[in-house]
Design a protein around this ligand. Structure first.
Ligand SMILES: [Zn+2]
Length: 113
C-alpha cells in the first residue's frame, strides 16, 4: 500500500466537495481519539481517500469506503497495535478492522448516503 498515491488530475476529478466533507469528519473523529487517548503519540496514516485507480492498485474493495473519503488506515507503531485497536473498538463511531499491520476505521454507519 505504501508508495501508492492519487494523482493531481484524479484529485481534481474525483475528490468532490462531498468527499472532502467525509475526509474532514473521518479525520476529526480520529483527532479526538488521538487527543483523548494518544496525546503524546504520533498516528502514522498509510491511506485515506483513494481515487478509483489508486484503490485498485491498493487492492481495495470495489466499494471501499476509501473511495468516498470515509475511511482511514493507520497505526501508532506495531508494538501497541492490539491495544490501540481495542481503544478504537471502544471509542470509534463506525466500523473498525484490525488488518495486521494497520487499523482500518470508517464511518459507514454515520454516512447520510
Ligand atoms: Zn482501509
Amino acid at each position: 500500500m505504501l508508495g501508492h498515491d492519487n494523482t493531481d488530475s484524479e484529485r481534481k476529478k474525483e475528490c468532490t466537495k462531498e468527499v472532502l466533507i467525509n475526509v474532514y469528519h473521518t479525520a476529526e473523529q480520529l483527532q479526538k481519539i488521538h487527543d483523548t487517548f494518544w496525546k503524546d503519540r504520533q498516528i502514522i496514516i498509510s491511506s485515506g481517500w483513494r481515487s478509483v485507480r489508486n484503490n485498485q492498485k491498493c487492492g481495495g474493495a470495489l466499494n471501499s469506503r476509501h473511495l468516498y473519503g470515509q475511511a482511514i488506515d493507520f497505526n501508532l507503531g506495531l508494538s501497541t497495535i492490539n491495544k490501540d485497536y481495542e481503544t478504537m473498538k471502544e471509542n470509534w463511531k463506525g466500523f473498525v478492522l484490525h488488518e495486521g499491520t494497520w487499523i482500518h476505521a470508517d464511518i459507514r454507519q454515520y454516512s447520510k448516503n
